[in-house]
Design a protein around this ligand. Structure first.
Ligand code: SPV
Ligand code: MN
Length: 633
C-alpha cells in the first residue's frame, strides 16, 4: 500500500475496518477506497466482511438511519424513494466517452473529461456527517469462471442492505484473488436527504458509467435501478467487458422447464420492464434460476448461463393470491423483504395496486400522508402505491428455486426467448428458422408498447433490441454482430423463440389468458428435445393444434378449441410487413454500424410474406399452411 493510502485508510476506517481491508492484497482496491472516502468525506465508515454480524449491522443501520421502517410481518421493512425518484433516470444516466468516440443516438453518453469533473464536484463532501459502507460482492455464483468481483461504496444503508439480499457475498473472493481480481467499482451517495429520508437534490441526480476505469458513479438518487451498483449499473460494465472477451450479458430470466421423465430444459428470456419477465421466471411447476440478468458463456461447444444475482427486485403491482401464489406467500410470511414505495397503513400493514382486498382509504406512501383520491401538483391522481413499487427478496425464500441456481458451471441453455408488449403482430409463440434468423427477427427486432408505468402516451411501440437498449455500453450494430457471432463453434445452437403474451383481437381484447404462457414453455421444451413437429410459416415455425390441445389439457386442464388456436396463430401479413419496414428504417437511418446480414434476413422474410400474401391473402390461418407433411419441420 502506498504511504498516503495507508494513512487515509487508517484515519477513515478505524482499526477493525482497516484490518478487514488490508487482508485483501490489492493495491488498486485500496487506492480506490481511499480516494473516494477522502473525497466524499463520511463521518464514519463500515467495512463488511460478509460475516453474519456485519450483515446484521447493515440491516439494522437501515432502520436506525430511517431509510427503512419495520412492518407488521417479521423481517419485512419499507423504504421510500422521493416522489420524483421512482424509476430509472435515463436522461441523467450516461456512458462516459472520450472525444471522438460515438455510440449512436439510442445510447446516452457524456463527454468523459467534463463529466468526471462534474461528478467529482457533486461528490465532494457528499457523505459528510453520514456513515459510509464498503461492501464486497460477486456477480455470479461463488467460485465460478463467470463471476466478477465488485466493491460498493455507498452512504445508503438501504442500498447496502438491498445488495446483501440481491447478490452473493464477495469478500472471500477478493481475499483469494488478491491482485488478480478484475473488479467492478461503484460509488454511490444519496446526497442531502429531506425529513422523509428521501433525496433532496434530484436536480443533481447523476449516474455516470466510466468504462475505462470500470467505475460507476451514482448520486442524489435512491431508486434501486439507479443506485444498486451491481444491478443495472454493473450490466453496462459487463456488456463492455464481455464484448471484448466473447461472452454476453443479457437482460434475461433463466428458468428450468420440467418436461417428461423429470427432464429439465433451461431457457433464458429477454423482456422489457413490465412485460412479464418475473412472472415467467416464477411460472408454477417450473423452477427459477434468475429473473433479470444473465451472463452467457460458451463452454465445450455449449451455451451456459448463470444468474448474476441471488435475489429479486420484483414489481409488486398486480401481485395477487391467484396469479402469483409464490410471491403472494412470501409477501405474507415472515422473512427478510424490503418493500419500496407501497402504501403503509396504521397497523404497519401494506397495500399495493392490484393486491387482493379493498384499497385502504388512507395511509402513508411515496407521496407522504395519503388519502384515497389524493392528487399531485399536476392534478394527477396518486394511486395507493407507485406502479413501479418493488419488493426485494432472496430467491432462496421461494420453494421453486432451481437446484442448479448456484452451480458455478451454470446451466446449459436449450432455448432463448424474446418477448415484448405487442398487441397486433407476433403470434403467441414461434420458433426461428436458425440462430441468425432468431437474433435478427426476434432479438434485434424486439419492440414493446409503452405502459401506464412510464410517462407519456400509452401503447406507443418502442424499439428495444434484446430488451437491452437501456443498458448498452457498446454501439447497437456491434452488439448485434456479437450476438450473431456467439453461435460460432457451438456443437448445437440453442433454439430461438418469440413469445407474445399481449396479442389482441380487433376489438382490443386479449387473445390469451395470463396462464396460457405455461403451455408455450412446455411446447418449447418438446421442440428443443425434438418430440413434436411444427408448422412452417413465412416468419418461423408455430405449434400444431393437436400438440397444443394436448398440452392445454395436461398443463391447465383446459379444453383448447380450434377457433381459439386459429385466432391466436393466424399469421398477420400486413402487420408483419409493417414491422419489417419499421425495423429496417431504424437500422438504416439511425444505426450506423448495422451488420449487412440484418437487412438480408429482413428482406428474405419480407419476400416470404409477400409470396404468402399473394397466395392466401392478408390473414393466414395455420390450417392453410399445414395441408400436408410438407408444411412441417
Ligand atoms: C427493470 O426495470 O428492468 C428492472 C428494475 O429490473 S431496475 O433495477 O430499475 O432496472
Ligand atoms: Mn430488469
Amino acid at each position: 500500500m502506498a504511504d498516503n493510502t495507508i494513512e487515509i485508510l487508517k484515519k477513515r476506517l478505524g482499526d477493525s475496518g482497516f484490518k478487514k481491508l488490508s487482508v485483501i492484497d490489492n493495491p488498486d482496491l485500496h487506492a480506490f477506497v481511499a480516494k473516494y472516502l477522502e473525497h466524499c468525506n463520511p463521518a464514519r465508515v463500515f467495512v463488511s466482511d460478509d460475516s453474519p454480524e456485519d450483515i446484521k449491522y447493515i440491516r439494522e443501520s437501515a432502520i436506525k438511519n430511517g431509510e427503512e421502517a419495520k412492518l407488521k410481518i417479521e423481517g419485512h421493512t419499507v423504504h421510500f424513494d422521493n416522489y420524483g425518484d421512482q424509476g430509472r433516470d435515463k436522461k441523467n444516466t450516461g456512458i462516459l466517452i472520450p472525444k471522438g468516440v460515438e455510440m449512436g443516438e439510442h445510447i446516452e453518453t457524456k463527454d468523459r473529461d467534463t463529466a468526471l469533473v462534474d461528478i467529482m464536484n457533486v461528490l465532494k463532501d457528499s457523505m459528510k456527517g453520514k456513515e459510509a459502507y464498503v461492501c464486497f460482492f460477486a456477480l455470479g455464483p461463488a467460485g465460478s469462471e463467470f463471476s466478477i468481483p465488485a466493491v460498493q461504496i455507498t452512504d445508503s444503508s438501504y442500498v447496502a442492505h438491498s445488495e446483501t439480499i440481491l447478490y452473493r457475498p464477495g469478500y472471500q473472493a477478493f481475499v483469494k484473488q488478491g491482485k488478480k481480481a478484475r473488479f467492478f467499482k461503484f460509488v454511490h451517495s444519496q446526497g442531502e436527504l429531506d425529513d422523509r429520508k428521501t433525496c433532496k437534490n434530484l436536480d443533481k441526480r447523476r449516474i455516470f458509467i466510466d468504462l475505462q476505469e470500470d467505475i460507476v458513479y451514482s448520486t442524489n438518487t435512491q431508486y434501486g435501478g439507479n443506485t444498486i451498483g451491481l444491478k443495472k449499473l454493473a450490466m453496462r460494465l459487463a456488456i463492455n467487458r464481455g464484448s471484448k472477451e466473447g461472452w454476453l450479458t443479457e437482460h434475461m430470466l433463466i428458468m428450468g422447464i420440467h418436461g417428461p421423465n423429470n427432464r429439465v430444459t433451461y431457457v433464458t428470456g429477454a423482456f422489457p420492464s413490465l412485460c412479464g419477465k418475473t412472472s415467467t421466471a416464477m411460472l408454477d411447476g417450473e423452477t427459477i434460476v434468475g429473473d433479470d440478468i444473465a451472463y452467457l458463456h460458451k463452454k465445450d461447444g455449449e451455451v451456459r448461463t448463470v444468474n448474476v444475482e441471488k435475489g429479486m427486485f420484483g414489481i409488486i403491482q398486480g401481485i395477487n393470491s391467484k396469479d402469483d401464489p409464490m410471491q403472494w406467500k412470501a409477501l405474507n410470511s415472515p422473512g427478510e423483504i424490503i418493500c419500496s414505495n407501497v402504501l403503509v397503513t396504521e397497523d404497519k400493514g401494506i397495500h399495493w395496486i392490484g393486491k387482493d382486498g379493498e384499497v385502504p382509504v388512507k395511509g402513508y406512501n411515496h407521496s407522504g400522508e395519503w388519502t384515497k383520491g389524493k392528487k399531485d401538483k399536476n392534478d394527477k391522481e396518486i394511486k395507493c402505491s407507485h406502479p413501479n413499487a418493488r419488493f426485494t427478496i432472496a430467491l432462496k425464500q421461494f420453494d421453486n428455486l432451481d437446484p442448479k441456481a448456484d452451480d458455478p458451471k451454470g446451466v446449459v441453455v436449450g432455448a432463448l426467448v424474446y418477448g415484448g408488449r405487442d398487441s397486433d403482430t407476433w403470434v403467441p409463440v414461434e420458433e426461428s428458422f436458425d440462430w441468425a434468423h432468431g437474433i435478427i427477427t426476434r432479438g434485434a427486432s424486439l419492440e414493446s408498447e409503452t405502459t401506464a408505468a412510464t410517462l407519456g402516451k400509452e401503447g406507443v411501440r418502442e424499439f428495444n433490441p434484446m430488451s437491452n437498449i437501456d443498458f448498452l455500453s457498446i454501439p447497437i450494430g456491434k452488439y448485434i454482430q456479437i450476438n450473431l457471432d456467439f453461435a460460432a463453434g457451438l456443437k448445437k445452437n440453442p433454439l430461438i423463440y418469440s413469445v407474445n403474451y399481449f396479442l389482441k383481437d380487433k376489438d382490443g381484447d386479449f387473445l390469451n389468458e395470463k396462464t396460457d404462457k405455461k403451455v408455450w414453455y412446455k411446447w418449447i421444451d418438446l421442440r428443443v428435445n425434438k418430440e413434436v413437429n411444427a408448422i412452417n410459416t413465412p416468419t418461423g415455425r408455430i405449434p400444431k393444434y393437436d400438440d397444443l390441445k394436448k398440452l392445454f389439457k395436461q398443463v391447465l386442464n383446459k379444453e383448447y378449441s380450434k377457433e381459439e388456436y386459429t385466432r391466436q396463430f393466424t399469421i398477420r401479413i400486413p402487420e408483419s410487413l409493417a414491422k419489417i419496414e419499421r425495423i429496417k428504417t431504424i437500422y438504416e437511418t439511425k444505426i450506423k454500424d448495422t451488420p449487412k446480414v440484418l437487412f438480408d434476413i429482413l428482406e428474405k422474410q419480407k419476400q416470404r410474406l409477400l409470396e404468402a400474401q399473394n397466395k392466401y391473402g392478408d390473414y393466414i390461418a395455420p390450417d392453410k399452411l399445414f395441408t400436408n407433411k410438407k408444411g412441417l419441420s
